[in-house]
Design a protein around this ligand. Structure first.
Ligand SMILES: Cc1cc2nc3c(=O)[nH]c(=O)nc-3n(C[C@H](O)[C@H](O)[C@H](O)COP(=O)(O)OP(=O)(O)OC[C@H]3O[C@@H](n4cnc5c(N)ncnc54)[C@H](O)[C@@H]3O)c2cc1C
Length: 331
């Protein structure tokens, strides 16, 4: 393994080093340290380890900053080299190509802190914190408002970007503000109105901004035992109606209202249909599960097959909710 040590300020690498590093980037595994931060950029990091589908190739470059300064330095590093940046939360709504993805993947998994303000009932929480853990923690304090979220295995940042939701509630209902970092390093605090929320979407999707923290409004003062019981009921309901026993990304398609995508897929006779290791779940047809050894491309081909079948029968083109990264082959 070749180790490169950046010198100078946080993100400046001497020009000769940059040329060598960049020309070797695709071939060699290496680590680049960003001085002044505790950030290490690794090359060829396998993303199957960081996604709920457990499939996919490597990130050309990968970094998991521990604070905003590390994030800023990572974004600056990418900007100076004209690298494409992809933000990775808990990877629970992602399908990464078997060929991997180019540019720099910035993971938020080490951005961790949370502050419960007992005066206001607000939680200010870092992007990398887990939504299910937060829901259980709030419930144990007797704070209502996050019970619905316990079955969503994402990060706070991912939930803000996706407008994650369940049981007729969603993040937009409880978000006070989100702190967002732009590629030029500036931090902004945005309201839900500025984030343009709608069903499972926000203006942050497809943008190059990174959510660093969120402030959520909850209602304190309830019986912790009751709030915890409701939260656990939601979790139990999920476990009995959705296939949590195999790797998946949750619902693959958005619901084309007034229809439920799962119903359309089931009515098209596709429950149990399999391509390679990827299968339309028997328990819930809007889930594609990795039955073991699936390739990302198996999942991609199954997505396309479902779209074709449903379109033929119902004249409805199902729109994927899962974010697909990298290159895929339809045939
Ligand atoms: C078993 C299972 C059940 C699920 N059930 C539900 C459900 O009931 N409701 C629901 O809404 N979803 C559900 N999901 C899908 C998924 O958990 C949500 O979409 C979740 O919000 C994704 O968060 P994440 O951190 O995993 O994001 P990722 O999958 O890592 O990323 C999703 C998108 O958000 C972007 N992103 C992530 N973090 C940031 C950030 N900090 N800043 C900027 N962009 C960012 C990524 O670039 C990507 O475009 C389920 C998934 C699974 C596996």
């Amino acid at each position: 393994m070749k180790i490169s040590q950046a010198v100078g300020n946080a993100c400046t690498v001497p020009a000769s080093n940059v040329a060598t590093q960049d020309s070797n980037r695709a071939r060699e595994s290496k680590i680049i340290y960003l001085p002044g931060t505790n950030c290490e950029i690794k090359s060829q990091a396998l993303l199957s380890a960081y996604t709920s589908y457990q499939v996919g190739g490597a990130a050309e470059l990968y970094v998991a900053p521990r604070d905003v300064e590390g994030l800023q330095a990572s974004l600056k590093y990418a900007k100076e080299r004209d690298l494409r940046v992809t933000t990775l939360g808990a990877g629970s709504n992602l399908l990464v190509s078997d060929r991997g993805i180019s540019g720099l993947v910035i993971a938020t998994r080490h951005l961790r802190y949370k502050y419960f303000d007992h005066q206001t009932g607000q939680i200010t929480v870092a992007a990398g914190e887990s939504i299910p853990s937060l829901a259980l923690e709030a419930a144990k304090l007797g704070w209502q408002g996050l019970e619905w979220a316990v079955g969503i295995p994402g990060s706070v940042g991912g939930a803000v970007v996706m407008n994650a939701g369940a049981h007729n509630s969603c993040i937009a209902d409880i978000l006070v503000s989100a702190q967002v970092l732009s590629p030029d390093g500036t931090l902004e605090t945005l309201t839900p109105e500025e984030l343009g929320y709608a069903y499972r979407t926000s203006l942050l999707q497809g943008s190059d901004r990174v959510v660093t923290q969120a402030t959520l409004q909850l209602q304190p003062g309830f019986d912790p035992a009751l709030v915890t019981a409701t939260t656990k009921q939601h979790r139990q309901h999920r476990l009995s109606t959705q296939p949590y026993n195999y790797p998946s990304c949750g619902s693959v398609f958005r619901n084309p209202k007034p229809y439920a995508a799962g119903w359309l897929i089931e009515q098209s006779g596709l429950k149990g249909y399999q391509i390679g290791g990827a299968q339309v779940a028997n328990l819930h047809a809007n889930f594609i599960v990795n039955r073991g050894g699936a390739k990302a491309n198996d999942i991609f081909r199954l997505i396309r097959h479902i779209q074709q079948e449903v379109q033929e029968r119902w004249s409805i083109l199902l729109e994927p909710e899962v974010k697909m990264l990298g290159e895929f082959q339809a045939a």
